[in-house]
Design a protein around this ligand. Structure first.
Ligand SMILES: *Cc1c(COP(=O)(O)O)cnc(C)c1O
Length: 413
């Protein structure tokens, strides 16, 4: 099956005969005919569901779809992308461990990495995650490499195969946040990444109607249980130790589970992921090319633009050479950036990405508000920067709208 066919037919609905979509099991608990049966379910000796925080058929249907798309042995869904990133990291880390991460990360992730410092888990930030930068920062405490495939908002692209090679050589876990790329553009586990996380609130959901996250494990690591004592109790599961600990221990005890209703909305969105990404990426490429021609703007940043430093990697790593659907630009000053934002008719001023409608934001005053000036600069966030999450509107309308909004900047300094 090719990608779009798989989205519709990859995982059949078995528990509701004839239903084209999985039902929403809106129940907290699942009763069993005997105490013996419930005991068996609890002990993972029999299939079945007990309690929705631990498992739910609708949630499971969503997880199976993600696992199939990513080529994972298991996918575990969470209440949010941040919950997914937190659980993905804490499943292998403990006090004294170090993470290597890029500096152009999603603002919430940057804040989380700083939160973890109080628990003795520190992060070494590199300008961009490359084989060289990882090699240079690795020491005996390093356990995890964390990278966003297309950094949000920096839009730097990570060479998955190259970084995975260093991760394997040094015995590190390579965790990739693939939110902005999606499985439509790349399936990182197939290129050597070990764990994939998504904020499925974004492109996977697609309509901006539910917050959620998901962790997918490729089970490719032959775990060194001395180096990763957090997994030692799961030694008998071998390469599955990460997934099993996550599901049976850390994630369920953390309690940030996905609601069945939201799992259903994600399943619905996922069916059109391929179609949406095609249109979104096309629109983003055309809008970026147009904005680049406007002298009123500077530094139009989009990975598939021919003059981008990531153009070559974008072409080889992502399906169809597509560059995702986010672009950034600089308007000359905060006042000019605000004037442009306020004048846009179609772009909603909102802190989200991956919606079918175009969304725009001034990162420095919002999603990067908590970052230090140095961290802002490292992420490519300036006082005059705007981030556009391009939607599926007709491109002619988007270009006309940006053109009139650009003229409204002229009275601002
Ligand atoms: C939005 C986002 C997150 C956080 O996800 P939530 O669902 O908002 O918790 C993490 N990483 C990236 C790249 C994001 O865009």
């Amino acid at each position: 099956m090719k990608f779009n066919t798989q989205l519709l037919h990859g995982v059949p609905v078995l528990d509701a005969p004839g239903a084209t979509l999985p039902p929403i099991y809106q129940a907290s608990a699942f009763a069993h005919e005997s105490a013996e049966k419930l005991e068996a379910v609890f002990a993972n000796r029999a299939p079945g569901f007990a309690y929705t925080r631990i498992g739910n058929p609708t949630v499971s249907a969503f997880e199976k779809r993600i696992a199939a798309l990513e080529g994972a042995v298991d996918a575990v869904s969470c209440a949010s992308g941040m919950a997914a990133i937190t659980a993905a990291l804490l499943c292998v880390l403990q006090s004294g461990d170090e993470i290597i991460a890029g500096s152009g990360l999603f603002g919430g992730t940057l804040d989380l990495l700083h939160d973890l410092e109080r628990f003795g888990i520190t992060t070494r930030f590199v300008e961009t995650v490359t084989a060289q930068s990882v090699r240079a920062q690795t020491n005996e405490h390093t356990k995890v490499i964390f990278a966003e495939l297309i950094g949000n908002p920096k839009l730097d692209v990570v060479d998955i195969a190259a970084v995975a090679a260093v991760a394997n050589e040094k015995g590190l876990v390579f965790i990739v946040d693939s939110t902005t790329a999606t499985p439509a553009l790349v399936q990182p586990l197939r290129l050597g990444a070990h764990i994939v996380v998504h904020s499925s609130s974004k492109y996977i959901n697609g309509s901006g109607d539910a917050i959620s996250g998901v962790i997918a494990d490729g089970a490719k690591i032959a775990w060194d249980f001395e180096k990763f004592p957090a997994l030692a109790a799961y030694k008998k599961y071998g390469k599955l130790a990460y997934s099993v600990r996550l599901r049976q221990d850390l994630w369920r005890n953390f309690g940030a589970c996905l609601a069945p209703q939201n799992a259903y909305l994600n399943i619905l969105g996922l069916e059109t992921l391929g179609l949406r990404m095609e249109r979104l990426c096309q629109n983003a490429a055309q809008l970026a090319a147009y904005l680049e021609t406007r002298d009123e703007l500077a530094d139009v940043n989009y990975p598939a633009l021919p003059r981008s430093g990531y153009a070559a990697l974008t072409k080889t790593q992502f399906v169809g050479g597509q560059g995702g659907a986010i672009l950034t630009l600089r308007a000359g000053s905060k006042a000019r950036a605000f004037a442009l934002l306020d004048a846009l008719k179609y772009a909603k001023i909102a802190t989200n990405i991956g919606d079918v409608r175009t969304l725009a934001i001034h990162p420095a005053s919002t999603i990067y508000l908590h970052a230090t000036p140095a961290a802002q600069t490292a992420a490519g966030v300036y006082d005059d920067s705007l981030r556009i999450s391009v939607g599926i509107e007709d491109i002619e309308d988007l270009i006309t709208d940006f053109a009139q909004a650009i003229s409204s900047m002229k009275n601002e300094q």
